[in-house]
Design a protein around this ligand. Structure first.
Ligand code: ADP
Length: 580
């Protein structure tokens, strides 16, 4: 509960008003049986009116006046119930909105390492369904808590005033009901966690399938995917069904105890009325108050089971909120980046222990081009990750003499342009995609960038030119076109002293590839460029080339040197020469 109250911050006053509203509404509800007792015993019968003598003085033995009073207080009850609903929903919706915002913000700044470890579906589940569980609890249950406490205290109090002996019988089984609720609370909590996680798994499978639809089709894995989905779907159903079974068991057994408790009041009360110990009006009022007492007692069981779910949801949300985020350290600054890169004895292992880079030594002067060749898994992308400060490294990486660890992460990423092999484009227009980093780019700057990336002519051929929407709702671009749009959006900012092409020219033909590189070097001779490629012609013009194998540099030199030395470079060159 302490954790939950933390989230009420900023809206406590609203919740308090909602609780006051529900208490007023409940007080009105509690008044009705007293008025009915008064009508039966004193207006129709001749018993003394007691506390309600003032009504007798004002209206006399007039039954209709009691009817109007009952209608009146129930009208007031309705109005206050409305306010309670309005206030608690307002607070709960706002808290849920803030929570989603906080989660989204956290995800933006979470370290890359943590991102790669998380399943997208599970993250979506935490940001949507879990927040929804919390919202429901805050919107309904928290305020109900006030109502439950008030109703229990008041109905027991009034019953005690009416008859102490019958009250003892009326509450006899309630401790059992409370104990029972607590046992179920722990059971619900455990099972909800399982079912919630299973739902996350289901979302993950669905999400992966949708993003990987091409692979699924290409490899004819539809049947396998259906089976996989059926399995997680069944697991989710089984776990949720188990949860519903537990809840049903709880509801039916608590109903049974409640019914039994009402039966006790009815039997004992009837005998007491026959013996003349209580009036008929008192008996009827007692029976009504008994139901008013049992409802909140049962409701507290529901509250406990909802609390069980909510604590699970809060824990899952907090797991994200407590994740480490990227933050600037006091010794980090925005260094003047010109483009000289030095690697000195750099080693790097991924958190799972795999050594991905071993003893890398390398110097690249400003404005020079480095070609990187290596088989899949040899560490090429890891090298780029380190330059982008996505992971911490061992050894020394310097940019213009400044240790990379001392340069602010955001700054490093702004100054080093990275173009990926399979870039992600937004479902927006071509123009918006190219100008994504800054909305203020004008049309000529955008088309200039597109010309350098050799995509301008293609764009003009699209139906709406630069205003053509890309993606699901618009045109589908070829792999090469996507790569070139990605190049345009990176190079549009001339203030990028370092550019990295991570196999990002792979889907472009050799001629266009060369055209792009020429245009780039014509625009700026000073840009330091790293080109990862499997195509030797792409690498051949680089000032310096390294060949990576299992995290180590196994060959280095210029193209001319490497094609004359025995090794991987020459073997690939020979193979590709034959194809050409
Ligand atoms: P390349 O880009 O040359 O294909 P990578 O740099 O992606 O190679 O990978 C180098 C090695 O590090 C591979 O053995 C790969 O399995 C491993 N690796 C890559 N990314 C991760 C990661 N996030 N966690 C653990 N190991 C990784």
């Amino acid at each position: 509960m302490k954790n939950i109250f933390k989230y009420l911050k900023g809206y406590r006053a609203v919740f308090l008003l909602a609780i006051i509203s529900i208490i007023v509404a409940t007080a009105m509800q509690l008044g009705t049986p007293i008025l009915i007792k008064y009508a039966i015993d004193s207006v129709i019968g001749d018993e003394p009116a007691g506390n309600l003598q003032f009504l007798m003085d004002a209206f006399g033995k007039n039954l209709m006046s009691v009817v109007w009073l009952i209608i009146g207080i129930n009208f007031i009850r309705g109005v206050f119930l409305f306010f309670k609903g309005l206030l608690s929903s307002y607070a709960a919706e706002n808290i849920a909105q803030n929570m989603r915002e906080k989660l989204y913000r956290q995800i933006q700044y979470m370290t890359y390492e943590h991102h790669t470890k998380k399943e997208t579906g599970d993250m979506i589940q935490r940001c949507t369904s879990d927040v929804e569980t919390i919202r429901r609890f805050l919107g309904v249950q928290i305020v109900d808590l006030g109502r439950i406490l008030f109703m229990i205290l008041m109905s027991v109090g009034i019953m005690l005033m009416l008859n102490v002996k019958l009250t003892v019988f009326a509450v006899a089984l309630i401790p059992i009901l409370f104990g029972f609720s607590y046992v179920f609370f722990t059971k619900v909590q455990k099972n909800f966690k399982k079912s919630d996680e299973a739902e996350g798994k289901l979302t993950t499978v669905l999400q992966e399938n949708l993003s990987g639809v091409r692979v699924v089709r290409a490899f004819g894995r539809e049947k396998y995917e259906i089976d996989k989905f059926e399995e997680v779907n069944k697991n989710y159903k089984d776990l949720t069904y188990r949860l519903i079974e537990i809840l049903a068991m709880f509801w039916s057994s608590s109903d049974l105890i409640t019914l039994f408790q009402s039966g006790v009041v009815l039997v004992v009360g009837a005998q007491m009325a026959i013996a003349g110990e209580i009036t008929i009006g008192t008996l009827i009022a007692f029976i009504t108050y008994e139901s008013m007492l049992l409802w909140p007692v049962k409701q507290s069981g529901r509250l406990l089971s909802e609390l069980g779910k909510t604590t699970v949801a809060i824990t899952r949300v907090e797991e994200i909120l407590n994740e480490e985020i990227e933050s600037d350290q006091p010794n980090e600054f925005e260094a003047d980046i010109q483009g000289k890169i030095e690697f000195e004895n750099v080693n790097f292992s991924y958190p799972d222990g795999k050594m991905a880079l071993k003893n890398i030594n390398l110097t690249l002067e400003k404005g020079k081009t480095l070609g990187i060749l290596g088989s899949t898994g040899s560490g090429k992308s890891t090298l780029v990750h380190l330059l982008q400060r996505l992971y911490e490294y061992e050894g020394s990486i310097k940019i213009d003499g400044v240790e990379l660890k001392n340069i602010k992460k955001q700054w490093v990423r702004r100054k080093i342009g990275l173009i990926l092999q399979e870039p992600y484009l937004y479902a927006k227009t071509v123009k918006e995609n190219i100008g994504i980093i800054d909305k203020s780019y004008d049309d000529s700057t955008i088309s200039e960038a597109a010309k350098i990336a050799s995509i301008h002519d293609n764009i003009l051929e699209f139906k709406d030119g630069y205003d053509t929407v890309i993606g699901e709702k618009g045109v589908s671009l070829s792999g090469g076109q996507k790569q070139r749009v990605a190049i345009s959006r990176t190079i549009i900012d001339p203030d990028k002293p370092i550019l990295i092409f991570d196999d990002s020219l792979s889907a472009v033909d050799t001629e266009t590839d060369m055209k792009i590189r020429r245009a780039l070097s014509k625009r700026s001779k000073d840009v330091t460029t790293l080109i990862i490629s499997h195509r030797i012609t792409t690498l051949s013009e680089a000032d310096y080339i390294i060949v990576l194998d299992d995290g180590e540099i196994i060959q280095r030199g210029t193209h001319a040197e490497l094609i004359h030395a025995d090794g991987l470079y020459k073997r690939i060159w020979d193979l590709q020469k034959m194809v050409v």
